[in-house]
Design a protein around this ligand. Structure first.
Ligand code: SF4
Length: 354
């Protein structure tokens, strides 16, 4: 059966026509899925029973077998633990911003990159997600907001959930087309940020394919020797070469570039480390986002003190580089940055697989 969310609306309409479904019915279905956020054909009230039954034999609409929802006590984050058709689980987090909703989206089940400060890396890698499974997370989130009578749909996306998006390049590009499509989720790519730990070959591919995105580069540490210790990706993708290709990418358009910097006490928090980070930000005309580590007993690092975090922020500001500190939403449900996959890990621990 075809995954409905993996087919661009224009192609879907053709496919429905080939199966005897009239054009106006196809439009109604697109409206139910992408505007009204319905996840079952049976809920499409203005579509005839005959057509609904036909559709359910032709397409799989919702790519998740089961959904478990955890709501944070601060009301700012909702985590969906989504079970895929093969039983694997991924996580996705709705983040409430001041006047809109953001979704932190996963692109892989687990992650092969193995950043030493990230729980997702510790859980290991299972497989890449298909485009339908990537955009299915938006449908889940919109359906959740509708079920709570919240008069908003997801308007911003950050590809910062489980996985390294650029290692699932083809499905990422397919999902961006669904996200951007007027009859799809219709979210401007200016409101989409893709995070990467820095893969030179695929950033070059973005350039060749003329894909314009806001990128967030996870720095770890600018010093190569220190970076290798916490981000093994550095071995084949030296940070200075990544910086050069990012600069080339930035020169082609004026999309935002953010340097994500996870603070690890005693590892990347000296004044020299921050000075190097400032130098990189100036070279790339990028904004810096300081993220204090979300500590966990499986991660061999500690967070830095709040006073130090603010001192480092001031040090950056004094050199006229834009800087923010990421507020850690949803810590109580392990929905904060670098914590996704925690639920899977707990399960593994319960099953004695630790
Ligand atoms: S930080 Fe991102 S790239 Fe690194 S292990 Fe975690 S999910 Fe993978």
């Amino acid at each position: 059966m075809n995954e409905l969310l993996g087919i661009l609306p224009v192609k879907l309409k053709e496919s429905m026509k080939d199966n005897g479904i009239k054009a106006f019915v196809a439009d109604q279905i697109l409206d139910w899925v992408f505007k009204k956020s319905v996840v079952n054909f049976s809920d499409m009230q203005n579509v005839s029973k005959e057509n609904r039954e036909k559709l359910s034999t032709l397409y799989n609409l919702f790519p998740f077998k089961n959904v478990e929802v955890l709501e944070s006590s601060d009301g700012l984050a909702v985590k969906g633990i989504l079970t895929l058709e093969d039983g694997a689980k991924i996580e996705s987090v709705i983040l409430k911003e001041r006047d809109y909703y953001n979704l932190c989206i996963s692109t892989q089940c687990g992650c092969p990159v193995d950043c030493k400060f990230c729980l997702t890396g510790i859980t290991g890698f299972k497989r890449n997600l298909k485009a339908a499974e990537i955009v299915g997370q938006i449908l889940w989130a919109n359906n959740y907001l509708a079920s709570k009578k919240i008069d908003h749909r997801i308007s911003h996306l950050v590809f910062m959930g489980m996985g390294e998006p650029l290692l699932n390049y083809d499905e990422l590009i397919k999902s961006l087309a669904m996200i951007h499509d007027e009859q799809g989720f219709f979210i401007s790519t200016r409101k989409v940020t893709v995070s990467t730990s820095g893969f030179i070959k695929t950033i070059r591919q973005l350039i060749e394919d003329d894909v314009k995105l806001n990128l967030a580069f996870s720095v770890g540490c600018v010093n190569r020797d220190k970076r290798i210790e916490i981000m093994p990706v550095e071995e084949l993708n030296p940070i200075m070469d990544v910086a050069k290709v990012l600069k080339e990418y930035q020169a082609l358009h004026n999309r935002k570039l953010t340097l994500e910097y996870t603070m690890l006490a005693g590892v990347n928090d000296t004044d020299q480390d921050i000075q190097d980070l400032i130098g990189l930000a100036k070279y790339l005309k990028a904004k810096i986002n300081l993220i204090n580590l979300n500590p966990h007993n499986k991660i061999p690092f500690k967070e830095i003190s709040n006073s130090k975090l603010h001192r480092l922020k001031t040090m950056i500001q004094n050199q006229h580089v834009p800087v923010t500190i990421r507020f850690r939403k949803g810590r109580d449900i392990s929905a904060a940055c670098g914590q996704l996959g925690e639920s899977r890990m707990e399960e593994a621990n319960e099953n004695g697989n630790d």
